[in-house]
Design a protein around this ligand. Structure first.
Ligand code: SF4
Length: 354
């Protein structure tokens, strides 16, 4: 039996202004059999929020619904960790369903992909923003030479590329911007991207964690072995490829599992990939409300994600009560993992870890 496709829209919720733009029309043409539902705003579609207690239903919404909207406010926010700037989104939402994902808290539980049709405005804004920065004078942990723009903060670009050419347009934009790079983290291997000729100006950060845990918490994503197997191909196709070790989840035997993963990467990639390799390490942050929802559909995931004896709470302004590993212990976990990376995957520079 073949698995159903990750996304196969049968209903598209569309803002009229989006349908009038060339990209909007192209998305509608790509799915000619989908039923169209006119909406005033991509932010207010109650029937898409999903019933948090009914995982089967919200996963179906992820597969079958697509939203087409217009991104209203365009800004590039300073970041300084994974990138220098967070670019304005060309999509939000995701067809995957990782148990730890914070995205569902913003736009309802099922949170299918919303694709923004005003791509020309977004690429124009970005080109001007890059020009205003001028050349980058000093190397830093983000990049030696380029201003790096994260283009996938609120979605997974490799999946977005299944529904529109927005990500391709961004890759092509940055190809011609000698002082800047695009960057995105992904858990999906989309080999269509191999034909885009990015000429080193797009950094793909493949997210990795030990397969045993990924099978539990990374729902609807590409398997870890497939992500590792894609690294050399993406490097050969002209991408810079880094690793996003995130979220790092502490569980019984976690360092043994990480040693095995790092050995898999070491054995699975060639010298060209190793010569340009770097990673970021981000320990898990979880959330009490998400924990409650997950208990209803995926309690096994919560056995590794929700560990009150190891975690401490912090109230966030937007997302309620977050938990993270306790101060002190967390520093020891980070040190243990970065030491392990140095031992097992020595070609991989750690860009940052926290
Ligand atoms: S792939 Fe990323 S955006 Fe999508 S559900 Fe997983 S963590 Fe969230």
């Amino acid at each position: 039996m073949t698995a159903p496709p990750l996304i196969s829209p049968t209903r598209i919720y569309v803002e009229p202004a989006a349908a009038e733009l060339p990209r909007g029309r192209a998305v509608l043409d790509r799915f000619p059999d989908a039923e169209l539902v006119e909406v005033a705003s991509h932010w207010q579609i109650p029937e898409l929020h999903g019933d948090e207690a009914n995982a089967r239903r919200w996963v179906r919404i992820k597969r079958e619904a697509l939203v087409l909207g217009v991104k209203k406010s365009l800004s590039a926010r300073p970041n300084g960790r994974s990138a220098h700037f967070i670019a304005p989104s060309t999509a939000n939402g995701c067809a995957m369903a990782c148990a730890y994902c914070y995205v569902p808290r913003r736009k309802g539980y099922s949170n299918p992909i919303t694709v923004f049709a005003n791509i020309e405005q977004i690429t124009g804004y970005l080109a001007r923003h890059v020009a205003r920065q001028g050349p980058k004078a000093e190397p830093d942990q983000v990049d030696d030479h380029a201003w790096v723009y994260d283009i996938g903060e609120n979605s997974d670009c490799a999946v977005d590329a299944l529904v529109s050419d927005n990500v391709r347009d961004l890759v092509e934009l940055f190809r011609d911007l000698p002082t800047a790079k695009a960057s995105f983290a992904t858990k999906h291997v989309n080999r269509d991207l191999l034909d885009w000729d990015p000429q080193g100006r797009t950094r793909v950060r493949f997210s990795l964690m030990p397969d045993r845990i990924a099978r539990l918490v990374d729902v609807r994503t590409s398997r870890i072995a497939d992500r590792i197997a894609a690294i050399d191909d993406f490097v050969d196709a002209g991408y810079e490829v880094h690793l996003n070790f995130s979220p790092v989840i502490v569980h019984d035997g976690w360092l043994e599992d990480w040693a095995e993963l790092l050995d898999q990467v070491e054995a699975g990639i060639g010298p060209k990939a190793k010569a340009q390799l770097a990673c970021e390490v981000i320990m898990l942050t979880h959330n009490e409300a998400l924990h409650e929802v997950n208990l209803g559909w995926h309690p096994k995931a919560e056995e590794v994600l929700w560990r009150p004896e190891l975690q401490q709470a912090k109230w966030s302004q937007t997302g309620g009560r977050n938990v993270r590993y306790r101060t002190g212990a967390k520093g020891r976990y980070v040190a243990a993992l970065t030491d392990l990376i140095a031992e097992r995957l020595p070609s991989c520079r750690v860009r940052y870890a926290f």
